[in-house]
Write a protein that binds this ligand. Structure first.
Ligand code: MG
Length: 187
């Protein structure tokens, strides 16, 4: 059996009936989205990097909207539910939590489920500040947290053209897509 075998359905022939076996595709995609309000008096964290700004994101953890979107994409890709199931915001252990630690824990659960991360592509939607100068740091930090090469991580930034709550500087959003590949058999 090769790495890319897709054992979608296997048949049990003892009684002539088809028995559906667990699906383990060679590749799986995952998507994630997150949104947090911007408020004064909080450090703005994006992609695990502190960003100079007048406001920060509000949340139970450090509210790193980008890492949360990536964490959800990873968990979703592996069929493991979502960030709230793994790290509930009602749990005092996660109050003020470093979202990088949650991301590391999520990818270790993804790997334990039999999948590796091939690449992640993500977008931060923020009216301000300009993020171009932080891109390389965010990519490197996210790659380090997930244990992959930086060329497996892509971060884009867009404004919301002054439209809606993001465009009015009341919140930020992030989206992420990941591609996972199944471990080689026995790996
Ligand atoms: Mg969040």
């Amino acid at each position: 059996m090769t790495t890319h075998t897709t054992d979608v359905f296997s048949a049990s022939t003892t009684d002539g009936k088809q028995a559906v076996q667990p699906m383990r595709p060679a590749f799986r995609v995952g998507e994630g989205w997150d949104c947090h309000a911007l408020v004064p008096g909080r450090v703005l964290m994006l992609g695990g990097v502190p960003i100079a700004h007048t406001h920060g994101l509000l949340g139970h953890s450090d509210a790193d909207v980008l890492l949360h979107a990536v964490t959800d994409a990873l968990l979703g890709g592996a069929g493991l539910g979502d960030i709230g199931r793994h790290f509930p915001d009602t749990d005092p252990r996660f109050k003020g939590a470093d979202s990088g630690v949650l991301l590391q824990e999520a990818i270790s659960r993804v790997r334990a489920s039999g999948y590796d991360l091939l690449n992640v592509d993500c977008t931060v939607v923020a009216q301000a500040p300009k993020l171009a100068g932080y891109m390389a740091s965010m990519v490197q930090r996210m790659a380090d947290l997930m244990g992959v090469h930086p060329n497996c991580v892509n971060v884009k930034a867009k404004t919301a053209e002054r439209l809606g709550p993001v465009g009015q500087g009341l919140s930020m959003e992030a989206r992420a897509v990941v591609l996972l590949s199944a471990h080689a058999e026995g790996a």
